[in-house]
Design a protein around this ligand. Structure first.
Ligand code: G4P
Length: 525
């Protein structure tokens, strides 16, 4: 029974560069999965983002995620968990953490633009984690790059082998549809079709005259294309896909509902069910009986009336049942998971039971941090949900010094949510904030004000890079500490971090101190 539940689950995220069509595709997936009835629901929420200032936009965006950061729906016999990733590049850390909770990803590419910078960044993360990726090349109803060029672009920029699963016939005004190379089916495109998918014809053999009847002169083009492509393309090897060495590629047009069903079929047929997860002591299999999971995202103010904080926990093994008692690994305490929520596209509901691959939301009164592991019985700690060395730094200036306590509380909580990293220099009482995307500074200040009544602003701090520092030799570390005291700080978990004035300085120091290990990422304690 448990095994069946696991095999029926697919947990994935969509990665893309802004404007490639992620929102549109998300919406269409939900529509096909019957999770929403009306096209425009997700889009309309996104549209409001452009209405006000940057900060408000972020607030709104978080508002949107109230119901959309995890979307659960059924398709065929499968339970699908679609995890939303923030669109803005300044929130890439958040996206990274979401990607630690998925078993596969869908990469959306704008066919007219090919691989764009944000896609490259996110794919790097998927490749690093060996997350299998299915590619959807979007906007075929427009004039796009030639399919062969698109595949070459992906292979070159992303270092992953492409295996086209379908092949487009024409593009833009002359886009006629796709030929599914595996199912041997021709799917015809009707522009602006309100129907959920185009007409489908089974065409087992490309020499079939039916093809000429349906496509006219474009039939010869298709035959030629496929001939060319088959000579160059690699066969699909499932193991290569699972290791993220190969990506199956589909072509379509999300806005026209075209290729969406095909993509959903690929998600249930190709994307893996929940996979084993690495903990510090061992690998944990989803089929194990005892429950385990980890928090990968904390979201505050989901319900402004209650000022609550929800920790999103990905289940890795066992079965969740309401009210169960689990071990909160970091605190070494038993806690009751009483009030867990499961998220639907437009709703949330309380959960009675949930299985590996599912994401549950747990109400959190400041006891859960990103990276925390929950387990039944055994002491476990999942790895791979690190902090990233910040790239931008500032010093907080408190306008009213009497508010120092609130400032402390606010910064602690915001750092637990992963909004910002807080560092305390060894030599003074400053609060140095570090982020990967500068917009996070504004969010921090705005939230300090609105949630903790702290009026503060920030001034640039003269740092350009940071690395966590460790060394097996205590004496050497002590010498290093003495020499660089002015550049050392402690993060909120007490780890020592070296703040460098420039990249050049950093590499110099690294060269000079080969025994000191400089870490670009740091696992949560
Ligand atoms: P994002 O979440 O990745 O940022 O992209 P989003 O879905 O918002 O899509 C970006 C733009 O691309 C939107 O146009 C959307 O309508 C358009 N789009 C998405 N899929 C397709 C497609 O298959 N074909 C074509 N031609 N366009 C597509 P917009 O003008 O920014 O917004 P809107 O006015 O259409 O809502």
């Amino acid at each position: 029974m448990h095994q069946k539940e696991i095999e029926q689950r697919r947990t994935f995220g969509i990665i893309s560069h802004p404007d490639a069509g992620k929102t549109t595709l998300t919406e269409k997936l939900l529509l096909f999965g019957g999770a929403i009835q009306l096209a425009g629901t997700v889009k309309a929420r996104k549209a409001t983002r452009h209405a006000t200032s940057d900060w408000m936009a972020i607030e709104k965006e978080r508002g949107i995620s109230v119901t959309t950061s995890v979307m659960k729906f059924h398709y065929r016999d499968f339970e699908i968990n679609l995890l939303d990733t923030p669109g803005h590049q300044d929130f890439s850390e958040d996206t990274y953490r979401v990607l630690t909770a998925v078993d596969s990803a869908v990469m959306v590419i704008d066919g007219a633009k090919g691989v764009e910078p944000q896609t490259e960044k996110l794919m790097e993360i998927c490749l690093l984690r060996n997350t299998p990726v299915i590619t959807f090349i979007n906007k075929l109803d427009r004039d796009v790059l030639s399919p062969l060029d698109l595949l070459a672009d992906i292979e070159k920029k992303l270092q992953i082998e492409c295996v086209p699963m379908s092949w487009p016939i024409g593009m833009g005004k002359s886009f006629r549809g796709v030929y599914n190379l595996y199912r041997k089916e021709l799917q015809l495109f009707t522009p602006g079709a309100k129907t959920r998918s185009g007409e489908v014809f089974v065409i087992r053999d490309l020499d079939d005259p039916e093809l000429d009847k349906r496509l006219g002169s474009q039939a010869a083009e298709l035959r030629e294309d496929i001939d060319l492509m088959e000579g160059a393309a690699n066969p699909f090897v499932y193991e290569h896909f699972l290791k993220a060495n190969q990506t199956p590629v589909f072509f379509g047009s999300a806005i026209n509902n075209f290729g969406v069903r095909e993509l959903l079929d690929a998600i249930v047929e190709l994307a893996p069910s929940p996979r084993p997860r690495q903990a510090t002591t061992r690998e944990v299999l989803p089929s194990e009986e005892q429950f385990s999971g980890f928090a990968f995202k904390i979201q505050a103010n989901m319900d402004t009336a209650h000022r609550d904080r929800i920790a999103f926990v990905r289940i890795c093994s066992g079965k969740f049942t309401r009210g169960m008692k689990v071990r909160h690994n970091r605190l070494g305490k038993e806690v009751t998971l009483a009030n867990a929520t499961i998220f639907m596209a437009q709703d949330r509901a309380s959960v009675e039971e949930a299985y590996p691959g599912d994401i549950i939301g747990i109400h959190n009164h400041g006891t859960i941090r990103i990276g925390d592991t929950f387990s039944e019985g055994e002491e476990l700690k999942f790895t791979g949900i690190p902090n990233f060395a910040p790239e931008h730094f500032c010093r907080v200036r408190l306008k009213n010094p009497l508010k120092i306590k609130q400032l402390q509380k606010g910064l602690t909580q915001l750092s637990e949510e992963g909004i910002v990293q807080v560092f305390r220099p060894l030599t003074n009482n400053d609060y140095i904030l570090g982020v990967v995307g500068v917009l996070q500074f504004d969010v921090t200040m705005a939230r300090l004000f609105s949630e903790y009544s702290v009026e503060a602003d920030y001034e640039p701090a003269d740092y350009a890079a940071a690395r966590w520092v460790t060394c097996a030799d205590r004496e050497k570390l002590a010498v290093f500490e003495k020499k660089y005291r002015n550049n050392l700080a402690l993060d909120s978990e007490g780890n020592l971090i070296y703040l460098a004035m420039s990249e050049w300085r950093l590499s110099n120091t690294m060269e000079e101190w080969p025994d000191i290990t400089m870490h670009k990422t740091m696992e949560h304690s």
